[in-house]
Write a protein of this length. Structure first.
Lengths: 419, 272
């Protein structure tokens, strides 16, 4: 315990007293005294959180722990979708031993922006093993480069795996794959089953991390997948992870309770810009809570603002839609799409669910049954909560005007003013 | 070997080098290399040297059409010596930017060269030009390496955002089949633009030094290849183990000597 508290204290002292990381001193302001020390967990927990919005407001050079000449790379985090661009400093360290040492790699084919950073570390660690990298807009061309090489590890953004698998088949590479790693988003049970089916016998790893917190992923998949909770991760020794109640900021210290992930990247020579108490915006839950922070295991539960729609008295989760749809396997295929419309003062919560019926389909009956099955909390269905007046009712109706590849489109709209 | 002229005119132990690499010093007895035979030769050389194939590159600067190029195997990464010379001459500080598709497999040699000079790299979102422009604004790389077709796109976005006078040097590269180069389309205002010709992505065969700036057809030729110029065309043969084992690979341009600059010969290159 003292060991990591002293490490956290060293980081705090640097962040607060060094002009290179002046962002922190400005952030803490009058709330933290200059002689503050992290000598207890409570002291640590009294430090304010850092958010992405905070980072986006300060130049990169005011929140680093090193000189730029000690960094290998600057890359972007946010901004690819038109938002505020966030720059981060990187070094090419190799922290994927857990992934690759389980199965000795003979060749790697990795697509997507993260592959460039993975490649640099990989080349240093395994200089004599083939590695083909590429962009998602040229999947076929990249896979063709790998044709005939002894590729047994493939990696790709999760959302692009369908396209990737097609090309692996085209060039005869799918059969030899022993490790599949994904990044970019949470693997849902249906996606996990799909990957396990496409790559029988392969280990499916999910790299959970964030581009704004250096190269290291937050945790590594321990090859456990819970069909209810999703991928189980163990914590990385390169970070100190906390779970907090997203509304109150209270630290969660128990299994089974969902909270927002807060990470502190440990300051090492290979990490030029660590972050202190950074709110990830991701939801997770401990599956094993242990006093030693590096013996904890957890499951990610989605994004706070995207995969969970909070409604008065409860919440609707994308993962819960998936579970509920899985109970109707005789009526609809396991693949589905769920699109949310952000709630504003004038626009109520809206969601659209696209399902693919297996045969003749009575939409009204399906909607009624589905609303009976979907839960807003572990022990309460939506229909039950509405009948008890705990959550507002929603209009649930099929939309007949659009149909894509035989999919049925169902729209959910919160009834404003209703109970 | 029968040639009207050779460059370099003399090479120590040339016959021994050719014997070792190609099994004969009379290269005219061998077929001209194509991308396909070159690939076979690389694999054979890797086996002889007990090296493994560590990646492959496309034979042309394709963007996404996998049928338009042949994969060229690599058992070693190309040493980007021309880039090393540019770094030594221009002495950039801070960041250098690679604006090129990952498919071309530039990333690792580019990063290695940058780290040798204490530079950090900015390379991301090749397909997102507005984001690349924002990276330039924030990370302030003074050195840009890009294909001739991409410099203009990035420059237009920089101009639109009012991001000026950050990039001081541009290395714009073209494939051997992409000549002549329209210099106006690959310049950044107030920056020096130096050109390179690549046989395959990352494999530089001709480059420019500072005195050749502004020329679109005058280059220095890489001395690690043996160049033959005769009435049948221009051919190169790899005579240094750091370059590809190409045996009389025909190039789609002619070369004529012009002048000697800084003790390096310069040649005028004219597409056939």
């Amino acid at each position: 315990m003292l060991n990591y508290l002293s490490k956290l204290d060293a980081m705090f002292q640097y962040a607060y007293h060094n002009d290179r990381a002046s962002f922190y001193r400005d952030l803490y302001g009058d709330r933290v005294r200059p002689d503050f020390h992290v000598d207890t967990l409570d002291a640590w927990r009294s430090l304010p959180f850092v958010t992405k919005a905070d980072l986006q407001q300060v130049p990169l050079l005011e929140r680093t722990f090193t000189d730029l000449s000690n960094a290998d790379m600057i890359r972007t985090s946010s901004g690819t979708s038109g938002g505020e661009v966030l720059m981060t400093l990187r070094n090419f360290t190799w922290r994927y031993d857990e992934l690759f040492e389980r199965i000795q790699p003979t060749g790697v084919l990795s697509l997507g922006d993260i592959s460039y950073a993975v490649e640099n570390g990989f080349r240093l660690k395994y200089p004599n093993i083939p590695f083909i990298g590429g962009d998602l807009h040229a999947v076929g061309a990249a896979v063709r480069l790998a044709e005939g090489l002894p590729i047994n590890v493939v990696g790709c953004w999760l959302f692009a795996y369908d396209m990737f698998i097609q090309q692996l088949d085209r060039y005869g590479l799918r059969e030899g794959v022993a490790v599949v790693y994904t990044f970019g988003e949470r693997v849902t049970p249906a996606q996990y089953v799909k990957l396990k089916t496409a790559f029988p016998g392969a280990l499916v790893y999910t790299l959970y991390g964030a581009t704004e917190i250096h190269e290291t992923r937050l945790g590594y998949s321990v090859d456990e997948f819970d069909m209810e909770l999703g991928t189980i991760f163990s914590t990385s020794e390169h970070l100190y992870m906390e779970l907090i109640d997203p509304d109150t900021g209270t630290v969660i210290e128990e299994t089974g309770k969902e909270g927002e992930v807060v990470v502190t990247m440990m300051w090492t020579e290979n990490n030029p810009s660590p972050l202190l108490r950074y709110r990830m915006g991701d939801l997770a839950m401990y599956t094993t809570y242990h006093e030693d922070p590096w013996q904890r295991r957890y499951a990610t539960r989605g994004r706070r603002e995207l995969d969970r729609i909070r409604i008065p008295g409860g919440q609707l989760q994308a993962s819960e839609f998936e579970r509920a749809i899985g109970t109707f396997h005789d009526l609809v295929m396991p693949d589905f799409e769920l699109h949310y419309t952000p709630v504003t003062d004038t626009v109520p919560m809206q969601a659209e669910l696209w399902v693919l019926p297996r045969g003749p389909f009575d939409e009204r009956s399906f909607i009624d049954a589905f609303m009976q099955a979907v839960r807003i909390s572990p022990d309460r269905t939506y229909a039950d909560a509405v009948s008890r007046g705990l959550v507002p009712a929603m209009q649930c109706r099929s939309v007949r005007t659009l149909s894509r590849e035989g999919r049925k489109r169902i729209r959910f709209i919160e009834e404003r003013g209703g109970k | 070997m029968h040639a009207e002229s050779l460059y370099p005119a003399t090479l120590p132990d040339l016959e021994r080098v050719l014997d070792d690499r190609y099994g004969t010093h009379d290269l005219t007895a061998l077929e001209l290399d194509t991308p396909d035979t070159c690939s076979q030769r690389i694999v054979a050389e890797a086996q002889r040297l007990k090296r493994t194939i560590i990646n492959r590159i496309p034979s042309r600067f394709i963007r996404n059409d996998d049928d338009l190029s042949d994969p060229i195997p690599q058992y070693q990464f190309p040493q980007w010596r021309s880039l090393d010379e540019q770094y030594r001459f221009y002495k950039p500080h801070g960041g250098v930017m690679l604006f090129a598709p990952g498919l071309w497999q530039f990333v690792y040699p580019f990063h290695l060269q940058a780290r040798r000079h204490g530079l950090f790299v900015t390379r991301e979102s090749f397909t997102n030009t507005p984001l690349a422009a924002e990276i330039v604004r924030q990370a302030q790389p003074t050195f840009l390496v890009a294909h001739i077709a991409d410099v203009a796109a990035l420059q237009n976005e920089l101009q639109r955002r009012g991001v000026t006078d950050i990039i001081k040097t541009v290395v714009a590269f073209a494939g051997v089949d992409e000549l002549p180069i329209d210099l106006a389309s690959c310049t950044v205002p107030n920056a020096n633009t130096t050109l390179e010709i690549h046989l395959f992505p990352g494999h530089v065969i001709a480059y420019q030094s500072f005195p050749l700036l502004g020329s679109t057809d005058t280059f220095h030729l890489d001395r690690r290849y043996l160049w033959e110029f005769n009435e049948d065309g221009t051919f190169i043969t790899g005579v240094d183990e750091s370059v590809l084992p190409l045996c009389r690979y025909r190039l789609p341009f002619s070369c004529a000597p012009t002048e000697t600059i800084s003790q390096q010969k310069a040649y005028t290159i004219t597409p056939c």
